[in-house]
Design a protein. Structure first.
Lengths: 158, 158, 158
């Protein structure tokens, strides 16, 4: 185990040393380590269908990136007006359940519920409330997970 | 040095291996390590009261997350139109002082001042100007701090 | 295992122990390690000249931050409506070429091209298409690169 990790480190060092060339045609994107587990936490903190569609679509794309497929763990954290993504009857129930079935953690900031006077029972029952969205992000990043915050679209659609 | 890094890697791998379950009811949020110090850098790069309130509120929530309380270090970096947060007479002086008193570092991008012709003396004197906001973020993330960029609200309020 | 974690913690604690003081006048920004290589990935996922100008300006500022100059590697990843930054005839060809000449990797999300029906040939030929933008971000962050997502400006300009 120790040896493998030493090799992993050697691999990372080598990667950083030999950073990719920038000429189109020779560089085809960052390379994942097939022996490593990856994590990513997505934040949504604006409401509206455009922001929701864009964020869920981003998550689906990450699940299917051939470089990471099968060794990526994902969480969605909603705070501020982003709680919209979990409001019952918003039309995204099926999509959320599909993502959860694929292992995506669905989390909601508890402070937001109190501050914006949102009733927990107005949100889908299958999500999880965490103490704070920003705390959740901080801990995940400290664990080596990537943070991705899609920008809310200027206009509806994505 | 190499040994330490190898061990660090082992630690990260162990953390990723023990990833949380996703069923609501059994998962209550990521778990912090009580023996670890955490860091987070917040970016604000849009102006307006809505963006300022939301960002400062996010910082306050992180300071009080029970999982991290007492072992979290926070910095706020303003760049682009985000310098608004530090403009004298904007109504946020007291809140900023409170946050600073709780250990929050208040930093302003120096490039922004030059590019947007902002006079340093129009900003609160108790903040610190750093060479560039993006450099500040890059260094903090490299030190293991989390990066959190709240989205500017579409409408005033948060 | 316990020993490993103790050492890791010692390493992290040492880093945090040497944290800057927050008093204006004594703290002048985070300090870079001159012997370390840094990386940063910028995301653009909204269109429009304001968002493009702001993002490219941010990249230029990072290239010239005196703390990191000469030991920073940068990538720009465009997804969603952010593909705008690479559309032929958008007025940013020269700036993009300048950045690329300075080592900046210019990458475009392949999923976006398919989903938004964008023809690869309508984009500058010197950029690189990667499987997914979110996968690219996840891998870079896992390699220790910083993630920076400038917020699209509310109004044109930056």
């Amino acid at each position: 185990m120790l040896k493998k990790q030493t090799l992993t480190l050697a691999f990372i060092s080598a990667t950083l040393a030999a950073m990719p060339v920038t000429h189109a045609g020779t560089f085809h994107g960052a390379q994942a380590n097939p022996h490593r587990e990856y994590g990513a936490i997505f934040q949504i903190d604006n409401g509206g269908n455009g922001a929701i569609k864009k964020t869920l679509n981003n998550i689906e794309n990450l699940l299917h990136d051939p470089r990471l497929k099968g060794h990526i763990k994902i969480e969605l954290i909603a705070n501020s007006k982003g709680f919209d993504v979990y409001v019952k009857g918003n039309g995204f129930r099926r999509k959320l359940k599909e993502l959860q079935h694929q292992g995506v953690i669905l989390a909601q900031c508890g402070n937001t519920l109190r501050e914006l006077h949102v009733n927990r029972h107005d949100l889908y029952p299958f999500i999880t409330v965490v103490p704070s969205g920003v705390g959740e992000i901080t801990i995940r990043e400290s664990e080596g997970w990537a943070y991705i915050h899609p920008g809310a679209p200027h206009h509806e659609g994505f």
